[in-house]
Design a protein around this ligand. Structure first.
Ligand code: 13P
Length: 287
């Protein structure tokens, strides 16, 4: 069932576990992520970046793909289709028009007043379409899909201002980075606790790949109710394909067929990461 984030995120916030946002980049990733989540009875947010949408063909393709998979695979868990890092009001509206049930408006590079003003416009539009909104303050470090940022911790003042816009979840950047970490992440746990309490909003942790398990657990206890994972899944998948070629593994006459190579050497490893994160986030049997 495609739904907005409100019910599942509030339940996670109360229950002190986190809903994963697993990024999808094509039909293969959408399918194997849904399969694992269904098996684990884990509500899921499927995140789609603007770059991924361009690669897939556009927001209508993503909506129809996910709806089709839900139907054909008999998926019964709550599924939220979410625009990741919407870079403009227009792209958020376009995704909502196509049927996305949630969007992130990322105005984090703008002055806070402008970020708040634009977020309100997205929230008002989303409400009319029963969709929910995530906003970002501070800056997530690293690079993802061409979007690069240096780490900038969100301030309490920014979070309070943003909390009054009607958003359903707040990405308050507190030291996480997209992509692989170089060294240990330095997450602001004290700030997380304060911001979660003062805003009363579920917090979102971007750049969830590569954060040690104990820090993930502490982040959830400190108020993070949505955690985004992309890099680790794609990496596991790609490493599987690399292994196939490097070790000259043989699928006999069908070795040229991508579906056979990914089916045997890539998808199982990517699925294992998805399952592992669901367990770590405490999100199993929550559907
Ligand atoms: P990672 O690629 O580091 O897992 O981050 C994903 C993310 O935050 C998507 O917005």
């Amino acid at each position: 069932m495609l739904e907005n984030v409100e019910k599942v995120i509030q339940k996670a916030k109360k229950g002190k576990y986190a809903i994963p946002q697993f990024n999808i980049n094509d039909s293969t990733s959408a399918k194997f992520i849904l399969e694992v989540c269904e098996e684990k009875k884990a509500p899921v947010i499927l995140g789609c970046s603007e770059g991924a949408l361009k690669y897939m063909g556009g927001p209508t393709v993503a909506v129809n793909l996910v709806k089709g998979l839900i139907k054909d695979l008999n998926i019964t868990i709550p599924v939220i289709l979410h625009l990741d890092h919407g870079q403009s009001i227009a792209s958020c509206k376009k995704a909502i028009d196509a049927g996305f049930t949630s969007v992130m408006y990322d105005g984090s590079t703008l002055p806070i007043e402008q970020n708040v003003k634009n977020t309100i416009e997205v929230v008002e539009y989303a409400r009319k379409h029963n969709a929910t909104v995530e906003a970002e303050v501070g800056t997530v470090g690293g690079t993802e899909d061409g979007i690069t940022g240096g780490v900038r911790y969100a301030s309490l003042d920014e979070c309070i201002k943003m909390s009054k816009t009607g958003i359903s979840m707040l990405a308050a950047s507190l030291g996480s980075v997209h992509g692989f970490y170089h060294g240990e992440p330095k997450l602001g746990f004290t700030e997380m606790e304060t911001y979660a309490k003062e805003t009363n909003l579920p917090l979102v942790l971007h750049g969830g790949s590569g954060i040690p398990d104990d820090q993930i657990k502490r982040a959830i206890m400190s108020g993070e109710a949505k955690i985004n994972i992309n890099t680790e899944i794609q990496n596991a998948f790609n490493q599987g394909i690399a292994k196939y070629y490097k070790e000259k593994l043989n699928l006999n006459e069908t070795g040229y067929m991508l579906k056979n190579i990914t089916g045997k050497y890539a998808i199982p490893f990517a699925k294992a990461i998805v399952a592992e994160k669901i367990e770590l986030f405490g999100n199993y049997n929550k559907a």
